[in-house]
Write a protein that binds this ligand. Structure first.
Ligand code: WQD
Length: 341
């Protein structure tokens, strides 16, 4: 049975991927610093799967702690989610992002190399496409960064590429997520942002559950059919399954590969609101306000490469994403409780 280390495995995508790994028969060890997550998510993954997850509270900047993990366990691969991911916070505090995301990943790769663990699936982001001029977006589209968070994602990709070129025994899959939303159908795990949500779907579900008075729609004057910005929303379970397909791909010694994980369908902000209202029967109070600086007009994937090379495609539609996101939120109005004592 293969053993996988999941960094950031207590987080939104990390916990959903841990669940899929367990159901697929992997042993899973999770390291997470619990800065933006709760261990409770892993306890619920154990309840849902009937399997155990080994958890270690370890930070990417704790080289000794990571070294101990790679001494204690014999990992077959690493899925690397751990990292800070709030665009606004990255603009306010860039050094925090450069230190945590860049230096943290360098630390991880160094510890992996010394332990001869050279298979990695990396959590990248469609943010590396900036404000794309053409959609849908294939992987060979121009890349850039429009904020320090995006700078770290793109430069980690470059670092991993250079590492793999220098040491060809490394096999690395970089997965560029579009907009992950939704939750496991049980409603037991889901997206649990701290404070006021930056992202659209958790803000909608908090309006629906009565935690927020109304949704501000950032911009109604974009050059799109209904004037609101377009994104590629993808169900978090589809995204998680994509990680298992990427892990399998590493077994064919692919070197360094990059895939877009998106549905290939663009949906506007108003499309998502309508889909949510249709899926749940709940009307969302919203007001169209000014554009949010830095937002792209349109950003949706061409997922052909992942379909052809990973045998993966997103299966869940927008209404399912909304229904599952709402199921999580209504069962957990305040997100995960504080960790069990
Ligand atoms: C989606 C659309 C907003 C909130 C970011 C990161 C990306 C990834 C996902 C980490 C946009 C609009 C939003 C609100 C709104 N994160 N919106 N009112 O900006 O596409 O991507 O999150 O990996 O890297 O860049 O996602 O959900 O913030 O916004 O109108 O209260 O919803 O303007 O058009 P985004 P988002």
């Amino acid at each position: 049975m293969k053993t996988i280390l999941v960094t950031g495995g207590a987080g939104f995508i990390g916990s959903h991927t841990t669940l899929e790994l367990l159901n697929a028969g992997y042993n899973v060890v999770v390291m997470d610093n619990l800065r933006n997550s709760k261990e409770e998510a892993l306890r619920r993954v154990e309840d849902l799967t009937g399997k155990s997850v080994t958890f270690h509270k370890v930070d990417l900047l704790d080289v000794e702690g990571m070294t101990r993990l790679f001494t204690e366990y014999s990992f077959d691969g690493v899925i690397h989610f751990a990292g800070l991911k709030a665009v606004g916070e990255s603009v306010e505090n860039p050094l925090l992002y450069y230190q945590n995301n860049l230096i943290g990943t360098i630390n991880l790769c160094d510890v992996m190399g010394k332990a001869s663990v050279k298979n990695m699936v990396f959590s990248s982001s469609a943010t590396v496409y900036g404000d794309p001029q053409t959609n849908p977006i294939p992987e060979d589209s121009p890349v850039t960064f429009v904020n320090p968070y995006g700078f770290t994602k793109l430069n980690i990709e470059y670092m991993l590429r250079d590492l793999q070129r220098a040491e060809p025994e490394w096999n690395i899959a970089s997965l560029r997520y579009f907009n992950p939303v939704g939750a496991h159908k049980s409603g037991e795990i889901g997206e649990d942002p701290s404070g006021i949500p930056n992202n659209l779907m958790p803000f909608i579900t908090q309006v629906a559950v009565g935690k927020r008075e109304k949704l501000n729609v950032f911009g109604g004057d974009y050059p799109t059919p209904d004037g609101t910005a377009i994104r590629d929303y993808i169900h978090v379970v589809d995204l998680s399954v994509g990680h298992l397909k990427a892990l399998e791909k590493l077994e064919t010694d692919p070197g360094m590969v990059t895939y877009n994980l998106g549905t290939g369908k663009g949906s506007s902000v108003l499309d998502l609101i309508k889909a949510f209202e249709k899926a749940t029967g709940i009307e969302i109070n919203y007001e169209i306000t000014d554009r949010r600086p830095g937002d792209a007009v349109q950003c949706y994937a061409d997922p052909t490469k992942a379909e052809n090379e990973l045998g993966w495609r997103a299966e869940r539609d927008l209404e399912t994403m909304c229904r599952d996101a709402w199921n999580w939120q209504k069962k957990n109005p305040d997100g995960f409780p504080s960790d069990r004592v």
